[in-house]
Design a protein around this ligand. Structure first.
Ligand code: 4AD
Ligand code: MG
Length: 431
């Protein structure tokens, strides 16, 4: 029984058409000889009127007793009725319970946030969550389409790793048959290896950060869209990021109007239309200092700083040329001004902050070795990564985009965990 007929198909049919619908009982109201069921499937909700006398008596009794979230098969007739929500209802002829709810459904209005999170496996049935997940899927497929159309090849990288990409402080340790290894923070280094055969690559897979910060924008496991390009310099990378970003927003705008409506949102794809403003770190620092932040040259921006800075912009914007103290060792120092690197973060407007981090990588062997030593890291741990600079090394650049961060911004979600089917945060690994 592969389902290929949905509520969204039924509402388009003329008055009097007979239909069979499979779905779940979202709600039920009884008025004497009439029971109204709000039937839900992945495409929406429709009112089903079950009238005593018009259905077999056993079906009417089932309708009277049925509990929320029971799975049902409804046979009935389409009726266009301006009083029904959405203007269409189904006049039931027969009702079959496929899977009853054994208890009252625990997710109700007014329950606490913690309860909802503990019952995420049930809460995800809400049309709101479903809409977010549909949009998430569109973001990913639009990204893939754009990247494939622009000559990027998808690669898959390991999740067990032996050395940090983004600093030791956020590494998750794993006992690997008695040996200490880590969960990946980024596939960047593997992609840097892959460009020497595939030239332009991307990957879309989870990254992990043991970040204890309980903020509205940190997950311990997130989906990381990363790309790496041989021969590309910082400016090339930014152009790819802005075009890709626009294509992703446009994808949602073009395919998910129904979902946006459920979320009560209108998005304007022109907000994400390139080119994006570029500000140097030095200018951004000045803006923040003027706003009263006690922040010094070399400091990375925290959530508060990013929020304030991003209120200054109407479009996504790049903060470029970060001091090397603020970022990981692999960023290429600018030959014209070696205290800063040829890198860029993309920040979103409206107080949401960083969504993309990337830049040009050091491609010279000696320079990379020196930066590794300068950071107090052990070159032995980066042996294979250094090796890449020994054989035909070329300038190259890349970036990483956090899928949940992007959704958080695009859909104005209260918390980044709302962007995940089953979020992973310091406080949450269940369900
Ligand atoms: O800025 P980050 O740490 O950069 C890297 O990992 C690079 N190695 C990527 C690359 O150049 N290939 O992370 C990139 C993006 C961030 O901008 C953010 O969107 C997301 O990954 N991110 C997180 N998202 C949710 N929770 C966290 N704890 C995140 N940490 C990073
Ligand atoms: Mg970053």
């Amino acid at each position: 029984m592969l389902k290929d007929f949905y509520i969204e198909d039924a509402v388009k049919l003329p008055e009097g058409t007979e239909v069979e619908l499979l779905g779940w009982v979202r709600n039920k109201r009884a008025h004497g000889g009439l029971v109204f069921i709000d039937l839900r499937d992945r495409t929406g909700v429709i009112q089903v009127a079950v009238k005593r006398g018009l259905v077999p008596e056993s079906s009417f009794e089932k309708a009277e007793e049925i509990k929320q979230e029971s799975a049902v098969k409804i046979r009935g007739v389409v009726r266009h009725d301006p009083r029904a929500p959405g203007g269409v209802e189904i006049q039931c002829r027969d009702l079959e319970v496929l899977g009853p709810s054994l208890d009252d459904f625990p997710i109700k209005k007014g329950v606490k946030v913690k309860f909802i999170l503990d019952n995420r496996h049930l809460h995800i049935r809400s049309p709101r969550v479903a809409a977010i997940m549909k949009i998430r899927s569109t973001l990913m497929s639009s990204a893939r389409s754009w990247l494939e159309e622009h000559g990027f090849i998808e690669v898959n990288c390991p999740s067990f790793i032996t050395a940090a990409v983004e600093g030791g402080a956020t590494l998750f340790k794993v006992d690997y048959f008695g040996r200490e290894v880590y969960l990946t923070q980024s596939s960047q280094f593997y992609q840097e290896a892959a460009i020497y055969s595939l030239e332009k690559v991307y990957s879309l897979q989870p990254s992990f950060r043991a970040e204890l910060s309980r903020t509205r924008r940190h997950l311990t496991e997130f989906w990381h869209l990363e790309a790496e390009m041989a021969y590309a310099e910082l400016e090339d990378m930014m152009k790819v990021v802005e075009e890709l970003f626009h294509a992703m927003v446009l994808g949602v705008y073009e395919t998910d109007q129904r979902e946006l409506e459920i979320l009560g949102l209108k998005i304007d794809p022109d907000v994400a239309k390139p080119p994006y403003p570029r500000v140097r770190y030095a200018e951004a620092l000045e803006i923040l200092q003027r706003k009263g932040f006690e922040i010094e040259w070399g400091d990375d921006f925290g959530a508060d700083e990013e929020r304030e800075l991003s209120k200054e912009f109407e479009k996504p914007f790049f903060v470029t040329h970060w001091p090397k103290e603020a970022k990981a060792f692999y960023h290429l120092p600018d030959p014209r001004e070696p205290s800063v690197c040829r890198n860029a973060d993309l920040l979103t407007p409206g107080g949401y902050g960083e969504v993309v981090g990337g830049g040009q990588r050091i491609h010279d062997y000696e320079q990379l070795l020196e930066r590794i030593r300068e950071e107090g890291l052990n070159p032995e741990d980066y042996k294979w990564y250094l090796d890449l600079r020994k054989y035909g090394s070329v300038p190259h650049s890349g970036f990483g985009l956090g899928i949940e961060r992007m959704l958080w911004w695009l859909l104005r979600l209260p918390h980044i965990r709302d962007a995940c089917l089953f979020p992973r945060t310091p406080a949450r690994v269940y369900p």
